[in-house]
Design a protein around this ligand. Structure first.
Ligand SMILES: Cc1ncc(COP(=O)(O)O)c(C=O)c1O
Length: 480
């Protein structure tokens, strides 16, 4: 499948290929104990700087070990390390090759592609306009004149108090008001955290693969290097994370984005152990956990390890992304640096909006709205899943336990891009799973957002998609 470059034979070398020469590595003078580490560093640099482009087939461990004059175990360890970090991957069949380029810090500001839709969009039509307006009116009426100056950059104290009890009750967080910093959404939270981490000498951060493209863009723009860590059906591969040199990682345990898997209890504990053993920071992106359909939402990871987790959430799924209101709940040592970073970024979030959200929480409107919307979203999800089962019975559906999107997997021989086009023509909000992946996903998938589509519209779209697929099989264009 891979037609990428291969390390070619070097005629200058007696008896075959001198791979070490071609890779421009020597380990001369490196002590035995440091050879694997040194080889990892040289190969990592070569991948980063492009002298080993993606798809390059690496020599076998035996061949490279012989050229370098080291034991085979040294090369095996270096290959394993770089595979765990996402720089290399096992080739289908056998051997090792350079993986897709990891996201590197941009040399100069890049234009961020702004998607017009998002599979996790909530329903705009059911935004509680009247209740929000009542809260806004009360909030403005009650706001002391003194609060109309520059507020506390950590956030309005009334909102932090309300969030403290809301997050404790709804997400099982340990969130004293003094640990909360109000931000403009998880997007800003991740950037501020990256700024603080870089100031502390952390320049690489683990990200889930597949994972959020927007998050990788945000982090990369701060100068962070995003290192992909694979996700399987239990969540992020903590075993691979533990073999890397990473000291910070962003995860979506409640409903992995975009695969929708819920992190298994063992993984949650293993991740916290990793943080305890290495002093690493877990950044928990709890973006859509309020909507869990098969059971009461599982408590946030933060509740199990408040000193190891920087927890981020926002109203972007429960209410609307347009509000740009979110929060961080932090380990004690990060509260002051994060507050300073927030101040440096924008002097603090808007006070009236914060006071409005505080009132919305205190008056019970948030709870009522979430209850109402969970019922609606569940109906949409159920209808979508049942229509898929009826009209596309060979497709499997995953990631349905929570949130506002799910993933469908067509049979492996289907062309993902073509199906996404057909799905879009049918009116589905679908995008390719591969769009979110750094390493190639094992099977094709379509990420489908259902929160902002009514059940009948979803059903009509699935019927239409099945018809288009039939038509294409019979040799038609699929357009209609
Ligand atoms: C994975 C993920 N995290 C977080 C968010 C929310 O970001 P924000 O709070 O900045 O709106 C989104 C929004 O789509 C998302 O997809």
């Amino acid at each position: 499948m891979c037609n990428g470059p291969v390390v070619k034979a070097n005629p200058r070398h007696r008896g075959g290929t001198n791979h070490a020469l071609l890779l421009e590595v020597t380990l001369d003078g490196v002590g035995r104990g440091r050879q694997a580490e040194e080889l990892s560093a040289r190969l990592r640099d070569a991948v980063r700087h492009g002298s080993l482009p993606p798809g390059t087939r690496l020599p076998t461990s035996r061949a490279l070990a012989s050229d370098l004059g080291v034991s085979r175990g040294v090369v095996v360890r270096a290959y394993e390390q770089l595979t765990a970090e996402g720089y290399l991957r096992a080739r289908q069949g056998s051997g090792t090759e350079v993986a897709a380029a990891p996201h590197r810090p941009a040399d100069r500001p890049q234009v961020v592609t702004r998607p017009s839709t998002n599979p996790g969009l909530p329903a705009g039509a059911t935004f509680p306009r009247a209740a929000w307006l009542r809260s806004a009116g009360r909030a403005l009426h009650q706001l002391p004149d003194a609060d109309l100056g520059y507020g506390d950059p950590a956030g309005l104290s009334r909102l932090r108090g309300e969030l403290s009890s809301y997050l404790g009750r709804v997400r099982a967080l340990i969130a004293p008001p003094g640990r909360i910093v109000i931000v403009n959404g998880f997007g800003q939270a991740s950037r501020l955290l990256a700024d603080v981490l870089r100031e502390r000498g952390v320049h690489q951060i683990g990200v889930e693969d597949p994972g959020s493209v927007g998050l990788r863009d945000q982090l990369t723009r701060t100068g962070m290097e995003c290192v992909p860590v694979p996700v399987d059906r239990d969540g992020i591969r903590v075993d691979l994370l533990a073999r890397s040199a990473l000291r910070a990682v962003v995860v979506t345990p409640a409903h992995q984005f975009p695969t929708g898997v819920v992190m298994a209890p063992d993984r949650r504990h293993a991740l916290l152990r990793w943080a305890g053993d290495t002093g690493g920071l877990i950044v928990e992106d709890d973006y859509d956990a309020e909507f869990r359909y098969d059971r009461t939402p599982v408590g946030a990871l933060q509740g199990l390890g408040p000193e190891a987790v920087a927890y981020g959430g926002s109203v972007s799924k429960t209410l609307a992304p347009a509000l740009r209101l979110g929060w961080l709940v932090l380990p004690e040592h990060l509260v002051t640096p994060l507050t300073e970073a927030k101040y440096a970024a924008d002097l603090g979030s808007g006070v009236w909006e914060q006071a409005t959200l505080a009132d919305f929480l205190a008056s019970g409107e948030m709870d009522r709205h979430i209850r109402r919307m969970a019922t609606r979203y569940r109906a949409r999800r159920d209808r979508l899943v049942s229509e898929l089962g009826t009209h596309l019975p060979t497709w499997s559906v995953t990631g349905t336990a929570a949130g506002l999107h799910l993933v469908v997997h067509p049979p492996s021989d289907e062309d993902e891009a073509e199906l996404v086009t057909l799905a879009a023509q049918s009116g589905l909000d679908a995008r390719p799973l591969s769009q979110y992946a750094i390493a190639e996903p094992p099977r094709p998938g379509l990420v489908i957002g259902y929160g902002h589509r009514g059940p009948d519209a979803l059903a009509g779209s699935v019927t239409d998609l099945a018809r288009r697929i039939q038509q294409r099989r019979r040799g038609g264009t699929g357009a209609g």
